[in-house]
Design a protein around this ligand. Structure first.
Ligand code: ATP
Ligand code: MG
Length: 504
């Protein structure tokens, strides 16, 4: 053990400090930190009986719920490493993550039993021992002290990225990464013992898992929803005292639609919006309605948020993702130099919340982390005051006649049209312009959109080179298991792959 990097195990510490505070609420069920700690120790002893110990990877395929919270803490209590699996992945995709992580055990909930079995069967070698949550409950307990002191340098989570740009990569996150992420968030938002943070986002994602970490470290209640339901999320804010909620853009749109003429109570202090582009019309809608929305920017590699707009700047800097949190830094890089304010380039970040690299992927790690800085693959710029504006992913950038077109900007304009539910924009090759933007829109239910009308809508709001040359109406947009738009697969929506198709 080394001074400066070790501390008492978090759950025991928290249960000692504030035993009677509510740790987690799931529907009708509630747990204080004391009771949660008791149940976690039981689960940990059962895992120990299966041979799980420090450093072992334990995968889980579970929906949001109290069991999942208990399991997550139990794995960490033993000093083992969490491998959260996305329940929407296909068996082969799960099999790959099981093999890549070298998971020793996989815990599945009853509803995902057949998915878990199919994934195990798809493993070529080294399929983990699999147990359902109920079967784990029948396991004999084996006495263990677990890992009573933790080192901030130890691996805590192996979390796979969403796979939006290619095959998911296993991000290694240490206790220290989570520690610095949670404390940085608390320094930004301030701590209030009455805080309740809504997790209607999956616990198998960084956005959800980070809420559990903050709950332990800051002694705050996590309100966990089994799945996202806009009416239920609004009720949690209006009636159950939720003060902070983590959302992505589509969730927020549905919550506002459902809210109608109602308003959120004063006690609701933060709608943390991240995970993908924050369309400006959505931010403006929140501003008009007095919804305290704070855009945040982060990724699996940064253990959730790294840049967040603080409460005092939220209206003045609408559209910005804010400034790097207390322990973190950012710069914008292009042509191998740091760019000046206003110049667009790659967003590069560093801080103690940033991963030390990808699991078993030295090449990808070397590509992404250079001189201690993480090259995010995202484009953006900072203004004169240092506020970050995220533009888009570098790979999705469309260069048309030498001008940069950011698909997210065009998509935001398209979805601001009242008949459009979702939009996706990508570049098609063009003999005159190099590339031209082509759009795909999914209309709102029961509606249809005329291409001409949408083009007019775009022309009024976008420079000419950004206006899509074609707008295709489609039933569904291609998404990954994290519900993120897969722009690279948009051309497949056109019969024949759209090859050769360019302008009207
Ligand atoms: P993969 O790395 O496998 O392609 P992914 O990048 O989608 O998947 P995540 O770590 O879940 O996996 O997502 C992080 C990404 O989400 C960021 O790199 C960025 O592209 C996008 N993102 C997050 N916050 C914002 C934001 N405020 N504005 C725009 N984009 C954002
Ligand atoms: Mg990524």
């Amino acid at each position: 053990w080394q001074n400066g990097t070790e501390m008492p195990r978090w759950l025991d510490k928290r249960a000692g400090l504030t035993p009677e505070r509510t740790a987690v609420i799931c529907g009708e069920e509630k747990r204080t930190f004391r009771r949660l700690a008791e149940e976690v120790r039981k689960t940990a002893r059962r895992l120990s009986g299966l041979g799980v110990g420090r450093g072992d990877r334990v995968a889980f395929l579970m929906p949001n719920g109290l069991h999942t919270v208990t399991l997550i803490h139990a794995i960490s209590w033993l000093g083992a490493v969490l491998v959260p699996l996305n329940t929407r992945l296909a068996p082969r995709e799960i099999a790959w993550q099981l093999e890549d992580s070298g998971a020793k055990v996989m815990i599945v909930n009853e509803a995902h039993r057949s998915l878990g079995e199919a994934a195990r069967k798809a493993c070529v070698e080294g399929a983990p021992k699999a147990l359902s949550w109920d079967e784990l409950g029948d396991q004999p307990e084996q006495e263990t002290e677990g890992c009573s002191r933790i080192s901030l340098d130890d691996l805590h989570t192996l979390m796979y990225t969403s796979g939006t740009t290619g095959r998911p990569k296993g991000v290694m996150l240490t206790w220290g990464n989570h520690w610095w992420s949670a404390t940085a968030s608390a320094l930004n938002l301030g701590l209030d013992p009455a805080d309740k943070w809504l997790a209607a986002v999956p616990l198998f994602h960084m956005s959800g898992l980070s809420i559990l970490m903050r709950s332990l470290i800051c002694g705050m209640t996590a309100v966990v929803h089994p799945a996202f339901d806009p009416a239920r999320a609004n009720r949690a804010i209006a009636e159950d005292g939720v003060t902070i909620a983590s959302v992505v853009g589509t969730m927020l749109t549905r919550m506002l639609d459902e809210l109608g003429e109602e308003h959120y109570p004063e006690s609701f202090r933060c709608m943390l919006l991240g995970g993908g582009p924050a369309p400006r019309p959505l931010l403006e809608r929140c501003k008009r309605k007095g919804v305290p929305v704070f855009q945040t920017y982060g990724m699996t590699e940064t253990a959730s948020q790294i840049v967040t707009l603080s409460p005092e700047d939220s209206l003045r800097k609408l559209g910005s993702a804010g400034k790097p949190l207390f322990p973190s830094e950012l710069k914008i890089v292009g042509d191998n130099r740091e760019l000046a304010p206003g110049e667009a380039g790659e967003i590069v970040v560093r801080g103690p919340n940033v991963t030390r690299g990808y699991w078993k992927r030295e090449d990808a790690t070397r590509d992404a982390i250079r001189d201690g800085w993480l090259y995010t693959g995202d484009l953006g710029y900072v203004d004169e005051e240092g506020f970050l504006y995220v533009l888009d992913r570098r790979h999705d950038l469309i260069i048309s006649g030498g001008e940069n077109v950011y698909p997210a900007e065009v998509e935001a304009v398209l979805i601001s049209h009242p008949a459009v539910e979702e939009a996706g924009v990508t570049g098609f090759s063009d003999k005159d312009w190099g590339q031209v933007p082509v759009a795909f829109v999914k209309p709102k239910e029961g509606q249809s959109v005329a291409e001409n009308e949408l083009l007019r809508h775009c022309r009024e709001r976008l420079a000419r080179y950004k206006v899509p040359v074609r707008i295709h109406e489609v039933e569904e947009l291609p998404k990954n298991a994290s519900n993120k738009l897969l722009r690279r697969r948009l051309p497949e929506l056109i019969p024949g792959g759209g090859q050769g198709e360019t302008g009207p």
